[in-house]
Structures are given as C-alpha cells and as structure tokens.
Design a protein around this ligand. Sequence first.
Ligand code: PLP
Length: 286
Amino acid sequence: MWIFLNDKFVDRKEAVVSVFDHGYLYGDGIYETLRAYAGRIFMLQQHLARLRRSGRLIGLDLPIPEKDWPALLSAAISRNGLTDAYLRITISRGEGEIGLDPALCPRPTAVILAKPFAPYPSHLFQDGVSLAILQVRRNLSAALSPQIKSLNFLNNILAKQEATRARAFDGIMLNAEGHLTECTISNLFFVRGGRLCTPSVECGILDGITREVVLLLARENGVPIEEGRYKAEALQQAEECFLTNTTMEIMPVREINNTPVGSGRPGPLTLKLQELFRRNLSRFLE
Ligand code: PLP
C-alpha cells in the first residue's frame, strides 16, 4: 500500500508520523473522506473546497497547492492499483513542541491514503438500519463548529459508543436546544407529509456533500423540500427516513429507538432518490 506523506509516496511501513505531531497530541487538524467510482472522484471540487474551509476555520494553510490535489489523488488511486476507492486526506498541524500554540509547528503534516472501497453490506440497503436518539449532544457550534471537519472527533466517537450500547447501527445527536442534527458520520433526512425534511445547517451540522446532491436531485425532480429545526418528536410522524454520506450514499432507516419508521421498509421517496442518485452519478464524478 502506497501512502502519500508530505511530499512523496511511501510504503505503508514508512508512513509514520511523529508523536510530537499536534494532530496526535491535540486532535489539531482536518480531514476529508472521498470516494472514487471506477477511478473518478465523487464531488472532488466540493471536497477540496470543504478541506480549504476547514483549514481556514482553524487557521491552517494547506501545505499542498490547490492545483496539485487532483493529480495527487489520482496517483494515490492508480499507484495502489485501485478503481473503486476510499480516499482519506488528513492534514494535521504538524510536529512541534508541547503547547497549544499552532506557531510551535512550522509545517503541517499531509497524508493521502487510498484503499479498496468496501461497500456496506447489501442487506442494510435492502432492510434499512436502526438508529437510536442519543443523550450525547452535538458540539455547540459556538464551541467547536460541526462545519469544521476536524481530527478532534471525540464528540462523534462518544455518540457512536452510545449508539453501539443501544445496539443501533448509529445514533442521532440533538443540539443544545434539543433539535435534531445528524448522526455520527452522516446527515439525516426524513419524509413527513410527503415533504423531504432535513435539519438546517444552522442546527449545527456538517453540511454534507451528499446531502447537497440529494437536495439538488430532489429540487430538480419536483420533490418538496424543507430544511428546518425539528424536535425528536418530528420523527414519530415520519413516513420514511434515510442517512447520507459519501461512502453510504443513501441509506434507508427502518427503525428509530426500536420503533419502525413508516412501514419499516425503505419507502417510495427513499427508493426514488436512490435511483436518481445512481442514474445521475456520472454528473458528479471527476
Ligand atoms: N456528518 C458528519 C458528522 C460526517 O462526518 C459526515 C461525513 O463523514 C457527514 C455528515 C456526511 O458528509 P458527506 O456527505 O460530505 O460525506
């Protein structure tokens, strides 16, 4: 496995980072997860733009020029003999003395990792997944904005642990006001009264790139959309529910807190959006 580290591809065994790296010491850094279909990357420019935004929000200049990213990502795919690939870009603050000041770190550490894409088991798409509504709240936007895709992922890890304890596939986090936000690695959608509903960005979520694509496809196809603030009770009236992210695309939800959503089977709008996603996929690949 070839991994890009700072300025060159190295073998996996040589892809090591210092214990003084502030990404390791403090979770000080950012990342993106991307997916390639037959060598072409889904929403590449949007992922790179979000990486830059995350960098800006934590005062971290990307150590790789904007124009070099597409070729580097392609090289990460081809060097590893991949076509359908999972890609992860990680940029940490870099190596520096102990202390919080980013000025202690002269150079960020950049990593590009590509591995074969491992699809979610097909039965999850057929049957839908179970969710739990969690006690762990989503980070307060004014404390650590969920729009920063940061290496400091403990909020989501604690949420995932709670979901696992509840024997759920994943969990829904509420914000400090008790409004729905998102799951640990995905955005949340539900259908109520025939409208496609999703928590608005102001609720404190990562504005997912797949979420944007789903909203675009819905808009183009005349599906009524509502982005808003919803209490957990809104889900009790949901006819359908699904999750989105780059690796799962559109994942149906069959039950929430052990109660079936609608019929307990993937609903008609979920199936229609999955079909639109597949049919339009090539528009979103680069
Ligand atoms: N929300 C969180 C917390 C995430 O970590 C992710 C992606 O990993 C998403 C939503 C979905 O984002 P995207 O569709 O850009 O993959």
